[in-house]
Ligand binder design. Structure first.
Ligand SMILES: NC(=O)c1ccc[n+]([C@@H]2O[C@H](COP(=O)([O-])OP(=O)(O)OC[C@H]3O[C@@H](n4cnc5c(N)ncnc54)[C@H](OP(=O)(O)O)[C@@H]3O)[C@@H](O)[C@H]2O)c1
Length: 283
């Protein structure tokens, strides 16, 4: 299985597919990431908030893979948006990961109702961290179109990705379009809808039986065929394997359109709304 690479606006490349480790318990992270690397995954999406960066780092180290052969993203925790905190926190993440730099560092949430509504200086902190070489690329997560417009207008620096909730019941089309308009790529989080209703939806199960694939494989293929980056999470080796086997088939444009038509708009959103999300861990 060959995972395609996509070129980001800063001319670096990112594997279009990887492993997400939200809700992978710290004590399981080394095993899960290690199994994924054995299967062939080369891209891991973690976050300071997930509490499992050390396990991710341990798995990368014991894999023996060269630094250039894997791609790691981490994300700034919500309580650390001020310049000094943001800068210190990436150094601490690198210690936990056992790396000199990450490939991609993201602002996890814009938190427009916190920090006097100032997420622009947080973005500026990421620009400085990139200048210092602690992260190769910088991006954002959960940014609505207005948030993107503002950081680009006020800093002139475009994020390489916007990582936002996307799955068949929540297409998030307006934000996907705004992200692409800025020249950034979309990373779709909860690509399987967290293993919920989409995987038993009759439209998806019918396409899956036509193609001899599982519903999860069809949903992942839908994301890839739309050009988005995905990193489904599983703690089970057989599902890690199943999710990885999506590079030997494609959907027809009619199948892509039929799955896109399942979009329920706001009713399909499962996570917090970025305009009102204000949670700070431990606060
Ligand atoms: N930036 C953000 O704010 C944000 C928010 C949410 C997620 N994310 C990122 O996106 C990643 C993926 O999203 P997610 O973890 O929310 O959800 P997801 O990948 O859509 O779904 C994960 C769920 O689906 C199950 N599953 C996995 N493969 C399956 C398969 N082949 N068949 C049936 N069920 C399957 C998993 O169960 P088992 O583990 O038991 O197999 C788990 O319960 C996260 O890990 C994280 O890296 C980012």
């Amino acid at each position: 299985m060959t995972v395609p690479s996509l070129t980001l606006s800063d001319s670096t490349t990112i594997p279009q597919f990887g492993l997400g480790v939200w809700q992978v318990p710290a004590q399981d992270a080394e095993r899960v990431v290690g199994e994924a690397l054995e299967i062939g995954y080369r891209h891991v999406d973690t976050a300071q908030m997930y509490g499992n960066e050390a396990g991710v780092g341990a798995a990368l180290k014991s894999s023996g893979l060269a630094r250039d052969d894997f791609y790691v993203t981490t994300k700034l925790n919500n309580g650390l948006h001020r310049l000094d905190d943001a800068k210190r926190s990436l150094r601490e993440s690198l210690d936990r990961l056992g790396l000199d730099n990450v490939d991609l560092f993201l602002i996890h949430w814009p938190l427009p109702t916190r920090y006097d509504g100032d997420f622009v200086s947080t973005w500026q902190a990421l620009v400085e961290l990139q200048d210092e070489g602690l992260t190769t690329s910088i991006g954002v997560s959960n940014f609505q179109p207005a948030h993107l417009d503002r950081i680009v207008a006020e800093t002139g620096v475009v994020p390489v990705v916007n990582q936002v909730e996307v799955h068949p019941y929540f297409g998030n089309e307006e934000t996907r379009a705004a992200t692409r308009r800025h020249g950034a790529l979309v990373e779709g989080w909860s690509p399987l809808g967290q293993g919920g209703g989409e995987l038993t939806d009759p439209v998806i199960t019918a396409i899956a039986s036509e193609l001899g694939k599982s519903p999860a494989q069809v949903v992942l293929r839908w994301h890839l065929d739309r050009g988005d980056i995905v990193f489904p999470k599983s703690t089970h080796r057989e599902r890690l394997q199943e999710n990885f086997e999506v590079f030997d088939f494609a959907l027809t444009s009619e199948q892509v359109a039929a799955i896109s038509a399942l979009d329920k708009g706001e009713a399909g959103r499962t996570g917090a709304h970025p305009d009102t999300m204000d949670w700070i861990p431990g606060a």
